[in-house]
Design a protein around this ligand. Structure first.
Ligand code: NAD
Length: 501
């Protein structure tokens, strides 16, 4: 991508292809007044959308899903134009979006059904929790999966009954905006999904607007800024942030498969993947075999234009500086490169060769900071305990994976990792399974996406009680003037709970 010009004086974003430098298009930058107007229109739309039954919304969202399915080529072409991704990867991104759309359209009604509470110890009261849509959801997303990530938050918001004001990345505005364009074409209703364009200023204006909540996906640095602004009005935020995801290979793993996975998911989307492989820890017994297998896989890959090469260009060319800095720092501190290691410029595109680094440790930036490039650093560890200790030695906690032929052991190790999601004998799959919660810990985020918990994040949980006969507080002696004293409460507590073991 090339974004020009952008800043407080500019009124337009001009987007060029990272592959060819050709003009993709221009979009107007929203002013704070435009953002406020979009939120007002979204609130008006909420008056209708928020009152639909789940059955009615399901009908509308299934039509939306069908429309996205019918427009896969158009969406993939836009993603490819703005990101330079291989067309297959762009199409996979749309397929992933469809998976989430299908799931939330079909299951939101069941997930958000009122939940009955147990009456005990108040049999004279019944109670339940209802899930009401929060209202207008501000959805702010990054550039690495520009359609999928925008759709992921949008579909959950819509299924919960919220309306959406979307702010796509300034790097990939057309891909993100398609979520609103396709919603309008489906006939979801005027203003149900609105879009505002721009960079940090527009995003900041949206966070400070009257929107009822913020669903943010992006870097940890920006996530913290958003949390601080939202805290001023106690606006609920969901933060899906950066990661430094570890892949652990135990001595009883299928080493060949683990090596293929490490390279595949370390290189996927040219390494620009929040849940990709950023670090690898291999138990001593199988370390040499792993490195040999990984080297074999990686040396057959090429940086090059999607379709011809395997690793595409950086979507944001500045990222190559970060990747190069991390690799250089590692080499200066004693690591060595088995394969790759350099930047390349091919035509207009900026690339980094698929790279395997060994001899790394936690003094190196490559093992501590998010690299976001096609680099797989591999560290030798003594055993399972050391693997878990070093994997947990990170401020991030997004995703991780464990490779072992013993699935019980895999689940046990997964439970010891301080990340929001873990895959056993796979990697990254969690990102695409809509029924399983995706929630980062530490600097990787707050709140959750996906699964029942993710959907409920777009709702206000409302607890309701209803007296079956006389008010329970009256029956229990809680009313004034006071008729019971401390002895009564003690006796009551003992009779209720004293017999429990
Ligand atoms: P970024 O944080 O720079 O930008 C993300 C979005 O926030 C953009 O739309 C940007 O315009 C907007 N923004 C910037 N400053 C803002 C502010 N002050 N207030 C409101 N909005 C603001 O991230 P990026 O560089 O676009 O994306 C890469 C990052 O995203 C990586 O760290 C990656 O790990 C992370 N990411 C996380 C997930 C996840 O699910 N956890 C998924 C994809 C990417």
């Amino acid at each position: 991508m090339t974004v020009e010009p952008i800043g407080p004086d500019s009124t337009t974003l001009t987007i060029r292809s990272p592959l060819t430098g050709e003009l993709v298009g221009t979009v107007p930058i929203a002013t704070p007044a435009d953002v406020a107007a979009a939120v007002t229109a979204s609130r008006e739309a909420f008056g209708h959308w928020g009152r639909l039954t789940h059955h009615e919304r399901r009908h509308a969202l299934r039509a939306y899903t069908r429309h996205v399915l019918a427009n896969m080529d158009r969406i993939a072409d836009t993603i490819r134009a703005e990101t330079g991704k291989d067309r297959g990867e762009a199409m996979a991104e749309v397929t992933a979006a469809l998976t989430a759309m299908d799931y939330f359209a079909r299951h939101a009604g069941r997930i958000l059904r009122p939940k009955r509470g147990r009456s005990w110890p108040f049999p004279t009261t019944k109670g339940w929790t209802e899930y009401h849509p929060r209202g207008v959801a501000a959805v702010i997303t990054p550039w690495n999966f520009p359609f999928y990530l925008m759709m992921l938050s949008t579909i959950q918001a819509l299924a919960a009954g919220c309306t959406v004001v979307a702010k796509p990345s300034e790097v990939t505005p057309h891909s993100g905006a398609l979520v609103a364009v396709l919603a309008a074409e489906t006939g979801l209703g005027d203003g149900v999904v609105r879009v505002v364009h721009g960079g940090a200023e527009t995003g900041d204006a949206l966070v400070r607007s009257d929107a009822d909540m913020v669903a943010f996906t992006g870097s940890s640095a920006v996530g913290k800024r958003i949390a601080a602004v939202a805290a001023e009005t106690l606006k609920p935020v969901i933060l899906e942030l950066g990661g430094k995801d570890a892949l652990i290979v135990l001595e009883d793993a299928n080493v060949k498969r683990a090596a293929q996975a490490a390279v595949s998911w370390g290189m996927f989307n040219a390494g620009q993947t929040c849940v990709g492989v950023e670090r690898v820890y291999v138990v001593d017994d199988v370390y040499d075999e792993f490195v040999e297998e990984a080297a074999k896989v990686i040396s057959a890959l090429n940086a090059g234009e999607g379709g011809k090469g395997d690793i595409g260009p950086f979507i944001s060319p500045d990222q190559v500086d970060v990747v190069e800095r991390h690799v250089t720092d590692a080499l200066e501190r004693g690591a060595s490169v088995v394969s790759g290691g350099s930047r390349r410029t091919i035509g207009h595109g900026v690339y980094f060769e698929p790279t395997l680094v060994v001899g790394v440790d936690h003094d190196m930036e490559l093992m501590r900071e998010e690299t976001f490039g096609p680099v797989v650093p591999v560290m030798r560890v003594e055993d399972e305990d050391e693997a878990v200790r070093v994997a947990n030695d990170s401020p991030y906690g997004l995703h991780g994976s464990v490779w072992t032929r013993n699935r019980r052991r895999g689940a046990r190790v997964a439970a010891r990792l301080t990340t929001g999601t873990v895959a056993v004998n796979d990697h990254l799959i969690n990102f695409f399974v809509p029924s399983i919660t995706l929630a980062g810990t530490g600097e990787s985020g707050l709140g959750g996406h996906l699964g029942e918990e993710g959907l409920k994040s777009f709702c206000v949980p409302k607890g309701i009680t209803s007296a079956r006969t006389l008010p329970t507080t009256m029956l229990m002696g809680g009313w004034l003037p006071r008729r019971v004293g401390p002895r009564y409460w003690k006796l009551l507590a003992r009779s209720l709970f004293g017999w429990r073991r």
